[in-house]
Design a protein around this ligand. Sequence first.
Ligand code: C2E
Ligand code: CA
Ligand code: CA
Length: 427
Amino acid sequence: MNNKPVQLSQIDRQAFFKELVEQLNRANQFKTKAGLLLIDIDKFHRINDQYGYDVGDRILAKFDELLGTVARQQDCYSRIGDNLFALLLNGILNQGHAELAARKVLRLLEMPFNVAGNELHLQATISIALCPTHARDARYLLNKSEQVLLAAKNSGLKVAVADEAGSDEFSENWEMEMSLSRALNNDELHVYYQPKVDILKQRVVGAEALLRWKNAARGFVSPGVFIPLAESTGLIKPITNWVINTSLRQAASWPDRHGSQSVSVNIPPDFLLMPDFVDMVRNALKLWGSPDITLTLEIVERSLVTQVEQTIHVLHELRDMGVEISIDDFGTGYSSLSYFEKLPVNELKIDQSFVFNLLENAHNRSIVKLVIDLAHAFDLKVVAEGVEEQQITDYLRQLGCDVVQGYLYAKPLPQDDYVKWLKTIEL
Ligand code: C2E
Ligand code: CA
Ligand code: CA
């Protein structure tokens, strides 16, 4: 990540929007909050009329600088209209945090601007909309903030915050739900693959199947946005069934250059207790199973803590079918490692949040070391995800970590590109 806030020059609504999409994808993936502030300079045309466009432009440039003093290094800001600025606050704790930033901007405006011998006072109206409270999707968040800004200007409010759970959130979800329900039949869903690399044997051992939704109107929608929606509407069941079948079918045609492979599919929390889940997996294996491919199911810790006896029974049934179980996002949930003694689990994936800053953060280093040692004591394989730098791989190897996954090796790739990658990669 950059050390400075991203600042986009000139009026560039599109570039800001692109950045907004990316940042919100990240916020949704890591379940953090973000606040979008739109800042409209009041009656700016009067300054242009009175002092000329040159003075007007210089004032806007100064205002841009001033926003830079409010933005923190993880934030992003840009001029997105004639006298309209946007500031995206990443990783805020609550609405108060965004309001504080808005007040800070207004306070800075209390000082006059000195331009070409003129002392000018600016006033602004600021609207605030939060992700995920008001919208998760960039288009909706921006729309929402624009509506609130318009309403604030009409009513003379200086700072206005979007309503909680307004009708818009409903229509965002509803519209998205409708298009998601058509996505499967319209061939809008795709499985991408991200390799898992054994760093002791220097060999590709498999890939994680990651779902992508490409919709004509919305472009790529992040799984962080549509998976929770699919889960809350029941669409997740046919979708998961499709992912299991598709990834087994596609994995069967991976080149055999790297020896036997596993394909890992993400399984939502309540699935293990669904009466027909085991049959769903059995049928997929019957149709597409191949002796060189092991199916691995990635489940989160929380799947294991309810109805433990029943869960253990299902895990044994799956194991008898040759399916492996991986605990995803390990370290973010509840379970203690000793718990795994009872469970037929094969692999533990250390959550990315421990891996990203492994080299700088001594606390994370000790957690990772502890997890690796204990996992090995229980005969579990350890996978570290989110590896973006070679030094992190080197360090993880020293700690005895078995497998890594991350952008350092490859981003998730569509089947054709993944096959090409497998054919050409030299580790
Ligand atoms: P996850 O299971 O923890 O998947 C790992 C996520 O980390 C993926 O995000 C992957 O693209 C990303 N990632 C991998 N390496 C790196 C790296 O080096 N740096 C960074 N910054 N990110 C990295 P993605 O594909 O956006 O998926 C997000 C989440 O959505 C997944 O988290 C998973 O919980 C869920 N998901 C994805 N596909 C499916 C699916 O088919 N079914 C279900 N139920 N959930 C899915
Ligand atoms: Ca996963
Ligand atoms: Ca994970």
